[in-house]
Ligand binder design. Structure first.
Ligand SMILES: Cc1ncc(COP(=O)(O)O)c(C=O)c1O
Length: 476
């Protein structure tokens, strides 16, 4: 069948609209412009536009021209569906990329997102601090704030450690562009390519990617959904492999949400110390506790010089600012050198703005409000899941952070749930994102930080319907 010229033009325009060259609501080139550009007649161009209009891709507005139709189908859904035909084909990177993209789309319910609800943060106050810091910034600031980073900010962070009874000096703190950078730098200073590293299973996908990038070998240590790392398995791994570093989260682990008891943390450090293993401690959710006091990090121990404690303001104050740090103990100057040779430093105005905000003394009041909100929202989502999902489904109950780990039962493949949910405008994080194999294929991670409203409630009901559907399907 020959394709007419107007059809070719329509196909070209459609591809451009799918690729978001032209966004929903945006005006397309006029008929005259399009004729000039394509060398086609006015009649041919008009036919192409009318064809697209009949397909609902564009709309005409009298006396104004043709516009891309308002969005009905979300492109991210389209890509995700075509990329992920079968669970076995999931590449961790693809899935992560799709889920992060889906989280950016306001039309998608972002239960798969790793970011907290952005409306929970004191935006106007942060903006005032940023503006005031930039006004006061001297021409020499860029040099003065090179690694290890802004002194006032480092002192402020050191004071927060001191309030917890943890000995950390401002000199051992290096300010970074988010915890992701501090974790990556830490991994680089304590390993050489080819080394063995102990990690958690399931683990935050950033760990898996960092291990892959650095060409390391990983031993995945099983985690208990409530109590964290299996220490017996860790000891076995240490006896079997020449492990150089252990990367873990002792508080509100991502994705399980579990925390280790103080005794278990102590025992863990003793085991790693006995094997001279450096500890990379990811504590980005430590401030988001619901009960009593901030849980202690491993860094409190006497082995602290070998513990690189990584955290950031991304989860609890200013997600977009991309400011984090590492309290690097004996490794501080090596981290600084590595940073100088890679990203140079975290953004100076943003460091100054955060230092100003912390100096105002409003951080703790904000954190108290934030924790209350997160706890309420977690309860609401959890209760709804318990009511709506099949009875065999199990849901974690973390005492902080904003992730729920949902085990769907061995009849349900979470990747299929993920695909169907995305097609219905809901993102979830399938368990396959958190391991290199598919051992968590029956679980999902849900982000409970978003406002609990009818949209969220309906999305949980939809997820429950999908899960019921999968159970039915697998009966036959
Ligand atoms: C466990 C964990 N560590 C580190 C990070 C990265 O933190 P940041 O945004 O500060 O780079 C995240 C973000 O999702 C995370 O979940």
């Amino acid at each position: 069948m020959t394709v007419m010229r107007y059809q070719q033009l329509a196909q070209t325009l459609r591809r451009q609209i799918d690729a978001q060259v032209w966004l929903p609501g945006e005006k397309l080139p006029s008929l005259r412009e399009s004729c000039k550009q394509s060398g086609l007649s006015l009649m041919t161009v008009l036919q192409a536009y009318q064809l697209l209009e009949s397909q609902g891709v564009i709309v005409s507005r009298p006396q104004s021209g043709y516009y891309v139709a308002p969005r009905q189908h979300v492109p991210v859904v389209h890509h995700a569906q075509s990329n992920l035909h079968a669970a076995e084909d999931i590449d961790v990177n693809d899935a992560i990329f799709n889920i992060l993209k889906a989280g950016q789309d306001p039309d998608i319910v972002p239960f798969g997102s790793a970011f907290p609800d952005p409306t929970l943060f004191p935006q106007p106050r942060l903006a005032r601090s940023l503006a005031s810091a930039v006004r006061r910034m001297s021409p020499h600031s860029a040099i003065a704030n090179l690694p290890p980073g802004n002194e006032e900010l480092r002192r402020n962070i050191a004071q927060r450690y001191a309030q917890q009874g943890i000995e950390v000096t401002p000199d051992e703190i290096v300010i970074t562009s988010g915890a992701l950078e501090s974790l990556g730098l830490s991994l680089q200073v304590v390993t050489q390519p080819g080394d063995w590293v102990a990690i958690e299973s399931p683990a935050f996908y950033g760990v898996l990617q960092a291990i892959e990038r650095r060409k390391l070998k990983a031993v995945a240590i099983p985690m208990d959904v409530q109590q964290g790392m299996d220490l017996q398995a860790l000891e076995q791994a240490l006896a079997t492999y020449p492990i150089k570093a252990c990367w873990l989260m002792s508080n509100f682990q991502n994705p399980l949400g579990c925390s280790m008891s103080a005794e278990k943390k102590q025992r863990l450090v003793e085991i790693l110390e006995a094997h001279h293993v450096a500890i990379i401690e990811d504590d980005v959710y430590g401030e988001l506790y619901f009960n009593g006091e901030r849980p202690m990090p491993l860094k409190v121990s006497s082995y602290r010089q070998q513990i690189l404690h990584c955290s950031s303001f991304s989860k609890c104050l200013a997600p977009g600012f991309r400011v984090g740090w590492v309290a690097a103990g004996a490794y501080a100057s090596r981290i600084q050198r590595l940073q100088l040779m890679s990203t140079l430093s975290a953004s100076v105005p943003v460091q100054l703005g955060l230092a100003d905000f912390l100096h105002q003394g409003a951080y703790d009041a904000h954190l108290r409000r934030l924790r209350r909100q997160l706890e309420l929202r977690q309860n609401a989502m959890r209760n709804k899941i318990l009511k709506a999902f099949p009875p065999q489904v199990r849901v974690s109950q973390p005492s902080g952070g904003y992730f729920l780990w949902v085990y769907l039962g061995d009849k349900v493949d979470a990747t299929r749930v993920y695909q169907q949910a995305l097609a219905r405008g809901i993102s979830v994080a399938p368990g396959t994102m958190f391991a290199v194999d598919d051992r968590y294929r029956h679980s999902l991670r849900l982000n409970s930080s978003f406002e609990w409203n009818t949209r969220a409630e309906d999305a949980i009901k939809t997820l429950a319907d999908i899960v019921f559907g999968e159970i039915e399907r697998n009966k036959t």
